[in-house]
Design a protein around this ligand. Structure first.
Ligand SMILES: *Cc1c(COP(=O)(O)O)cnc(C)c1O
Length: 355
């Protein structure tokens, strides 16, 4: 009888969102409400002709585009098949059996899976007010902590702490603890924060910032993420990444999307307008909605029962939101920002349930 190794046999399959019956509208995976940049689509189409070749293992053109836009040396930039691949590699490289990875109460669920794969223990610090609390993170450090993982902005909360507070947290962490800042939604926060602030932290040698093309750049299907990492960390991570991890088509799409910053700015602004309008409608219905710097909103209902009734009514009308039971937020639903007709329909259904 064949048998997988013990820690894999003991694992559950990573739980993606339930997308409902065919024909449903997904408001569950934080995909973009808008299509990718036309320049990205054209670049991907042109790249198809070169598909007989392996992709560039050094992501040269994509890294040059990221470097140009974000003003960092290309050696600091790593690209992955989604930022998930990079997050998994970081944990595999820096935390093993006997080590601890410290995340936050409402942190990114995949980190727990990556810890199971590497044999590290995943522990979390509370997030009072649905927001990362540096004091609570520091209070949970132990001599076994190897990696601290912070999502900024947070998912599923949508909230941020100030870049100054994050920089302060880095200063208070021991030098030999790797700080990973997951900025999958960073582009939605950039117009408010100084986007250089966190990237400059990388120079200290023990901080990595990850970003994604899946959310603001509208390329979830292309599977491209990137990280700004210290040289030494980048060297270790490249041993783990699949050497041909990002397809020739995806590298080209991401490169063109990165260089189309005007399109990105428009997408971010339009998403924010739809998001804030929907959040206000929800608040008018008595829901608690933390201020979001992402492309989704977290809605807290007066009771678990209200949340369940709302989820069912939405589903009956073909709209699938993400239940938050996995985070023990049974009175919450998370809604990805979709186009205006969908947001209006969702608000209408919620109004029907709650009034
Ligand atoms: C979507 C998401 C990611 C990963 O996205 P990729 O598609 O793998 O780049 C990482 N972290 C958080 C918090 C996310 O929501």
């Amino acid at each position: 009888m064949i048998r997988s190794v013990d820690h894999i046999a003991a694992m559950a399959l990573y739980a993606l969102a339930d997308l409902g019956p065919e024909g449903s509208v997904s408001m569950a995976q934080n995909e973009s409400a808008f299509p990718p940049s036309p320049a990205a689509i054209a670049a991907g189409q042109a790249a198809l002709a070169h598909s007989a070749l392996y992709p560039d293992p050094d992501w040269t053109d994509l890294r040059a585009a990221i470097s140009q836009v974000h003003g960092m040396p290309v050696e600091r930039i790593l690209c992955g098949a989604g930022s998930m691949e990079i997050i998994g590699a970081l944990i595999a490289a820096y935390a093993g059996p006997g080590d601890e990875v410290l995340g936050c109460q409402y942190g990114y669920a995949y980190v727990a899976t990556a810890c199971q794969l590497s044999g590290a223990r995943y522990v979390t610090a509370p997030e009072p007010e649905l927001t990362v609390s540096p004091g609570d993170v520091l209070a949970r450090l132990t001599p076994a902590t190897r990696v601290v993982f912070i999502c900024q902005p947070g998912n599923p909360t949508g909230t941020v702490i100030s870049n100054a507070d994050l920089i302060g947290l880095r200063g208070d962490l021991p030098d030999d603890v790797l700080l990973v800042i997951d900025q999958a939604y960073g582009e939605f926060a950039d117009p408010h924060d100084n986007p250089r602030g966190l990237f400059d932290l990388v120079e200290q040698g023990n901080t990595v910032v990850t970003r994604s093309f899946s959310k603001a750049y509208a390329l979830a299907g292309a599977r491209v993420g990137w990280a700004c990492a210290p040289d030494k960390v980048a060297g270790e991570i490249r041993k783990i990444l699949n050497p041909n991890n990002v397809s020739i088509v995806s590298q080209e799409m991401a490169r063109a999307a990165m260089l189309d910053q005007d399109y990105l700015a428009r997408l971010v602004a339009e998403t924010a307008t739809l998001r804030d309008g929907f959040a206000d409608q929800c608040r008018a219905l008595g829901l608690e909605v933390p201020e979001s710097r992402t492309n989704f909103v977290l809605m807290r209902f007066a009771s678990m029962d209200d949340a369940r009734r709302a989820e069912e009514a939405l589903r009956e009308n073909g709209l699938i939101m993400r239940g938050m039971g996995g985070y023990a937020l049974h009175d919450c639903l998370r809604a990805t920002v979709c186009d205006k007709p969908v947001m209006d329909r969702a608000a209408e259904i919620l109004k029907g349930v709650l009034t």
